[in-house]
Design a protein around this ligand. Structure first.
Ligand code: NDP
Length: 245
């Protein structure tokens, strides 16, 4: 199946920002969506808006750090739509801070959300894709996976892990599966600076307000990777504002 229309696509982190924009973009092109996040009110708003516009979407409350939750997300796709064509692993947190602040809970959250969360998605979707003999992983990393800037080291390390895991998965995927990495630069979302140390948050929000792209720019890149004909595997897309250094 090529294109987007009719594909069953699960998106994590769909309650705001890039995930929400991706869901909106894919729904407008006829995808059938299974949307995951923790905030029920925000997720319901996204599902209701898509449904009101004639799209097809269900919401599943998931914490990607929990293996069983990812299984419930992929099960929901199969139960509701009979298959799963794409898993977009987008959930993330940018609670960055200098090491000296010893915000170890935030370090743990970034590792658990970006690394364990991605692995939980692979663990849940891979058996479904193997059974179907088709499927696509679309993993959201960051330009921080390419350049480390203080105080983003922990965040950058976890996003570098996303990049490495994606490439390893691609090498093992075989001819039936596709594996894509999308790395955004500064994108105008509520997640920028959220939970970060005050100084880091101010710097990030300042840059965001000055140069950031709309989340629809990333949604389009994700849509491009998904829309390619079978047999065409988009490996890696980096999208950043032209003003980003
Ligand atoms: P948002 O904060 O708007 O979105 C983050 C999403 O992830 C929310 O839907 C949030 O939902 C969800 N999420 C966070 N933790 C979990 C969890 N444990 N389980 C399930 N869902 C979770 O930020 P963005 O849209 O900007 O971020 C999306 C992705 O893009 C992230 O991976 C981020 O690292 C990446 N990115 C963003 C950039 C930017 O400049 N904005 C730049 C580069 C990469 P909820 O709280 O409801 O669970």
């Amino acid at each position: 199946m090529s294109g987007i229309k009719g594909k069953v696509i699960a998106v994590t982190g769909a309650s705001s920002g890039i995930g929400e924009a991706t869901a909106t973009h894919l729904a407008a092109q006829g995808a059938r969506l299974v949307l995951g996040a923790r905030r029920e009110d925000r997720l319901t708003e996204v599902v209701d808006r898509i449904t009101a516009q004639g799209g097809s979407a269900v919401g599943v409350i998931v914490d990607v750090r929990c293996r069983e939750d990812l299984k419930r997300l992929t099960d929901a796709a199969v139960d509701r739509f009979g298959r799963l064509d794409v898993l977009v692993s987008n959930a993330g947190t940018m609670a960055v801070s200098p090491f000296d602040e010893l915000r170890q809970d935030d370090w743990d959250a970034m590792v658990a959300t970006h690394v364990t969360g991605l692995l939980n998605g692979i663990g849940a979707a891979l058996p479904v894709f193997r059974r179907q003999r088709s499927g696509q992983f679309v993993n959201v990393a960051s330009t921080a996976a390419y350049v480390v800037k203080s105080p983003l080291a922990v965040y950058a390390a976890t996003k570098t892990a996303v990049k490495v895991l994606t490439e390893g998965l691609r090498q093992e995927a075989g001819p039936d599966l596709r594996v894509s990495l999308i790395s955004p630069g500064y994108t105008n979302t509520e997640g920028v600076g959220k939970g970060a140390s005050p100084e880091a948050a101010a710097a990030m929000v300042g840059l965001r307000d000055e140069i950031a792209m709309p989340p629809s720019a990333i949604a389009s890149a994700i849509g491009y990777a998904i829309a390619q004909p079978e047999g065409i595997d988009v490996g890696e897309i980096v999208v950043r504002p032209t003003a980003q250094g």
